[in-house]
Design a protein around this ligand. Structure first.
Ligand code: FES
Length: 185
């Protein structure tokens, strides 16, 4: 398989999706895991499995941990990305504060299947992230919920760093990262 595919698991009122780069993987929601594998030979192109996976060819940088230019990370919203470990993808959101960037898993502690950033950027109000579903508010530094139904809980922080005006993923749980809004090659 040379191209990625997006796999979406739809629940009653929410959906979870991941981008898959291998021939098998899984998608998990709160209470279910969907495992799948894809048989080859569907598109008529020669694919004997010998082609090496491309390394983030949609960015100007060869580093698979490269996320985005610092200037592309908003302070009044969030940039939505996907961190990958093997075939598993985890959505994350990034927000800039000055020359620094914080990142968290794109999931509300109140209901983990709810994305804080559904695609257009998470709500940032008074320097706090606000869940669009029930209004929980989270400190942008440590991700602690200060108000709402999950008060006292914290967002799952994901380690990133800024170097030479670019953001890189440094969290050891993941191997690579890509933006959802990156234009196709
Ligand atoms: S799902 Fe986020 S506050 Fe309820």
């Amino acid at each position: 398989m040379t191209d990625s595919v997006r796999v979406t698991l739809e629940g009653s009122d929410e959906s979870t999706s991941v981008r898959v780069y291998g021939d098998e993987g899984d998608v998990s929601t709160d209470d279910a895991t969907f495992r799948f594998s894809i048989d080859g030979g569907g598109d008529g192109t020669a694919d004997d499995g010998a082609s090496a996976p491309s390394v983030d060819e949609r960015t100007e940088c060869d580093n698979p941990r490269y996320v985005a230019p610092l200037a592309d990370v908003p302070s009044d919203g969030t940039l939505r990305c996907e961190a990958r470990s093997g075939n598993r993808g985890t959505e994350l959101i990034l927000r800039r504060v000055g020359d620094d960037v914080s990142a968290w898993r794109n999931s509300c502690p109140h209901k983990p299947e709810v994305r804080l950033d559904p695609g257009s950027g998470a709500i940032v109000h008074d320097e706090q992230l606000v869940c669009h579903k029930h209004g929980a508010r989270f400190e942008c530094g440590d991700g602690i919920c200060t108000a709402g139904p999950c008060r006292g809980d914290a967002l799952d922080a994901i380690a990133v760093t800024v170097r030479d005006g670019s953001v890189y993923l440094t969290d050891e749980r993941f191997e690579s990262c890509h933006r959802f809004d990156e234009p196709s090659a």
